[in-house]
Design a protein around this ligand. Sequence first.
Ligand code: ATP
Ligand code: MG
Length: 411
Amino acid sequence: MELSKYPLRTYKDTPSDAELISHRLMLRSGLIKKLASGLFTWMPLGLRVIRKIEGIVRRELDSSGAYELLMPAVQPSELWKETGRWEEYGNLLLRIQDRHERFFCFGPTHEEVITDIVRKEITSYKQLPVNFYQIQTKFRDEIRPRYGVMRAREFLMKDAYSFHLDQKSLEDEYENMGNAYNNIFSNLGLNFRKVSANSGEIGGSMSHEYHVLADSGEDEIAYCDEEDFAANVEMIESKKAPNGGKLSFARGIEVGHIFQLGDKYSKSMGLTVLNKEGKSVSPMMGCYGIGISRIVAASIEQNHDDKGIIWPGEIAPFEIIIIVLNDKSSDLTEKGQEIYKSIKAIGKEVAIDDRDERAGVKFAEADLIGIPQQIVLSKRGIDQGTIELVDRRTGNKEDLSIEDLIQRISS
Ligand code: ATP
Ligand code: MG
């Protein structure tokens, strides 16, 4: 990416309603643009981060044995009436009408649609268990959209739904998904905790949330490391952990939620399969969500300093940025292009700041957008035959020859 051609615009100031540091940094670094309350455009730089997160989630879910599909965002009201949620879901549900005056909603979640698919496609125990997932846009008409993409109205979610012949099979898949979630959030470079949670209006019995620890989190979680216990405080009745241990408290941002739904949806929507004995039974169901777009904000809450964002390598929009410092006496443009091409050639995602801007502006913007490795090309360095490699997180600087630099980056 050549910054001289890239549609990136950064800002010094942010609107007063941007309270959270992640919200301010996302606006300042031009990752997102607000369209209306709770509606955001992902600009090219921000979308690269989304795609990285999706990639990590996909890789893990594919290897866990789930199958990706893509359901419509718009759903007919008839399905929601079958489960009673057309009424229950209340004002969170964005209801719309088509030209024939039939009612639809913009999906806040997809239990009804997937259950409808499965009741048409799956008839025998031989086709179970099965787990379907999608990465897709949801709409929830939140009462107070805030904190930017953290609590938006339109947002990206990974949602998965599994179907089982019996409770034991559901429990096995619940554990399998729990392991996949641990891998996903570790690979995303997040400091997180898995906590017992309320299953809420979605129904069902067992549920766990995944929280990114951050002082700005909307939830409070209680934990006791000695007992390996953690729960959303909504779930806590006493002031002690289950075995009497002392509780500690922390704030968390919910980035994932897994549920055992039981047969609520299969019963209300008439999904049945034939078991081994040829008897018709209602399958058990699990569902598993991850807030893809919320993760971008949650990651920034944990990875920033007073100069800007510090992306973990796994989700950085680019891995390296080359900062070319031209001055009146020297033009390093060609040298910069040469290094840019050799880094691209080894398959790295590299950006080059080849703009006609002052050094101060270039440094400040590179720090703001948070690309993990900065390569500084200056006259002084070139005269000595070296290039400076700066680690955005630690600020650590090294002078390297071009060969050593390429060697270092490729290792
Ligand atoms: P919350 O308690 O934050 O309102 P929820 O429990 O209603 O979320 P789920 O139905 O569990 O949300 O959805 C799965 C995931 O989708 C959540 O864990 C969260 O990461 C994400 N998510 C939910 N609502 C929003 C929103 N308004 N904006 C962005 N992400 C969201
Ligand atoms: Mg939840």
